[in-house]
Design a protein around this ligand. Structure first.
Ligand SMILES: [Zn+2]
Length: 559
């Protein structure tokens, strides 16, 4: 007798095969059989033409902190995600000595847009090492399956303390870091993650520690993966990190390399395609590499209290880490504004904001007399006022105690270009950033957006192709075993959905974080059921609450 029988579904195998109509049976948490006349089950569900695919494997999340207070990993399971990879960009919370907790949290507030009072009230610090952190997640349970990277910045902080964001490491320090990375791999990490991106700054605009690593340190730490014989190297790269070095790292370690974050920039439209083509060429030379792309437009809500949008600019640095009055004076300063304007006008390989003021809008004005600005672009408002756009935005914010909420459509807004990126053979659909930047945006529903927007609305991918990109491609690259495909014997991680309706709904603000913190979220549309290891974690009405924790800590990856 099966535990569950889902009948009459359009089965998408997650590997790209043409969809077939059929039944799927689940027993003891695994897919028992596929086909017709599979025999009796304790529970039978008539799918009535809905599509059934493997659960989505979100390969770029930042749930490291959230999972310690929210094992339900809200909102991902309701959005079809059954496995989350954490620790991306190297921003983990383990290893961490007790005296470094405050520093790690303060860095996260900046680099991942998490509020300090949320982190202080929320994080359960019941660990010091990576192994202890994984064990804690396992002990307390999670709604979805979790796999974690060893995070370069945390490893560096653990070994170098105050000096981690300041200087290159000595040979002795590199040796200590190597032993921590190897220990993390032994504890079951899925790989090693790092960042060289200038957009990644800790508190006060100080670079995140991994940005201080020289080539020698990078080679040594990525070399740990060769020694472990497992694991993926993931890097969010800055413009100065060349593709030839990354190809060398892939060749020397004989491990896959995931290159992030390849987002399309309308003011420098070739650069992501150059990167993807270089990755494809490396693939032709036998390296396993993938370029992490997003299927979502990158838009960010922000206020000038914490303008992540601009903080990657060198010219913005003087404004960071200032106390309130000094900060305001800086924003008003003509020289500061001129420097920012100049930098935005100069070419760059990767930059969040590139002076597209027509894509920056006022969402919410704080003062009633400014209500007429709402939903209008800074370009239009500045033209009307015969003002410079940057000055218009800053003056408006200064007049409103910096409380004006703006939104900026930063990258990935050219849909023809994004469509080509999604179809590029070297691309990996990624970059949800779930768990981070919660007040700026929430792309945890990227998989539903892929199925609704890119499959149904635009026809860029077929359903089978999209399911493969969300599942089969990811497990193959990351070496995740017995998941990501509808196959007998595989774990029953499943999503049942209506292809005619599936999408993510409009974003809205909720206050459900520790310390009453706010975040943006999006509801699921057209999702009828999500199962993790055979247990239903979400139905058409949403998730089943924090007591439903069937997820596993994944620690055993293919070589
Ligand atoms: Zn990230």
């Amino acid at each position: 007798m099966h535990d569950l029988l889902i009948r009459n579904a359009l089965l998408l195998d997650g590997l790209g095969a043409a969809p077939v109509h059929g039944d799927l049976a689940v027993k003891d948490g695994r897919i028992a059989a596929l086909g017709r006349d599979l025999g009796p089950a304790r529970e039978t569900l008539d799918a009535d033409g809905l599509a059934l695919m493997p659960g989505i494997i979100d390969n770029h999340t930042h749930y490291d902190a959230q999972l310690t207070w929210d094992p339900a990993a809200s909102p991902s399971p309701a959005l079809g995600v059954t496995t989350a990879i954490i620790g991306n960009c190297g921003f983990t919370i383990a290893p961490c000595r007790p005296q470094d907790r405050e520093r790690i949290m303060r860095n996260l507030t900046q680099v991942e847009g998490m509020a300090l009072d949320v982190l202080r009230a929320g994080i359960r610090w019941e660990f010091e090492t990576i192994a202890q952190y994984f064990s804690m997640l396992e002990r307390r349970g999670t709604a979805l399956n979790v796999a974690g990277f060893v995070g370069h910045s945390s490893v560096r902080t653990y070994v170098m303390g105050d000096d981690a964001p300041r200087r290159a490491a000595s040979d002795a320090e590199i040796e200590k870091m190597r032993s921590i990375v190897l220990g993390g791999m032994q504890a079951g990490a899925i790989g090693f993650a790092s960042s060289t991106s200038p957009a990644h700054n800790g508190e006060g605009g100080i670079p995140m520690p991994s940005r201080l690593a020289d080539e020698k340190e990078m080679r040594a730490l990525v070399g740990c993966l060769k020694e472990a014989g497992r694991g993926v190297f993931m890097l969010t790269k800055g413009g100065q990190t060349g593709m030839p070095l990354l190809e060398e790292l892939a060749a020397d370690s004989a491990r896959p390399v995931v290159v992030a974050a390849l987002l399309h920039n309308s003011t420098n439209p070739r650069v992501v395609f150059d990167d993807l083509d270089a990755i494809a060429a490396a693939g032709a030379r036998g390296r396993r590499m993938a370029g992490a792309v997003s299927c979502c437009p990158l838009s960010m809500d922000f206020t000038l209290h914490s303008p992540y949008t601009f903080e990657g600019l060198a010219a913005w640095k003087p404004a960071m880490g200032l106390a309130a009055d000094a900060y305001r004076a800086k924003l008003a300063d003509a020289g500061f504004r001129a420097a920012v304007r100049d930098e935005i006008a100069s070419p760059a390989t990767f930059r969040l904001f590139n002076g597209e003021w027509d894509k920056v809008q006022v969402v919410e004005a704080a003062r009633p007399e400014h209500g007429r600005y709402e939903q209008r672009s800074i370009a239009a408002l500045a033209a009307q006022a015969q003002a410079d756009p940057l000055s218009f935005m800053l003056d408006l914010a200064l007049a409103e105690n910096l409380d004006t909420v703006f939104t900026a459509l930063l990258l990935n807004s050219d849909e023809d270009a994004v469509g080509r990126m999604l179809r590029h053979p070297a691309s990996l659909v990624s970059l949800s950033d779930a768990g981070a930047h919660l007040t700026f945006f929430n792309d945890a529903g990227y998989g539903l957006h892929l199925l609704g927007h890119w499959v149904r609305e635009r026809g860029t991918l077929t359903l089978a192709e999209a399911a493969r990109k969300l599942c089969g491609d990811v497990v193959a690259l990351f070496g995740i075993r017995e998941r990501g495909a509808l196959r007998p014997g595989y774990w029953a991680d499943l999503m049942l959905f209506d292809p005619a309706v599936v999408n993510r709904g409009p974003k809205h603000r909720v206050r459900d974080l520790p310390a009453n913190g706010a975040r943006l979220t999006t509801p699921a549309l057209g999702v009828h059921g999500v199962w993790v290891n055979g247990v239903r974690v979400a139905d058409a009405a949403g998730t089943r609450g924090i007591d439903c924790l069937p997820g596993k800590m994944l620690r055993d990856f293919a070589a």
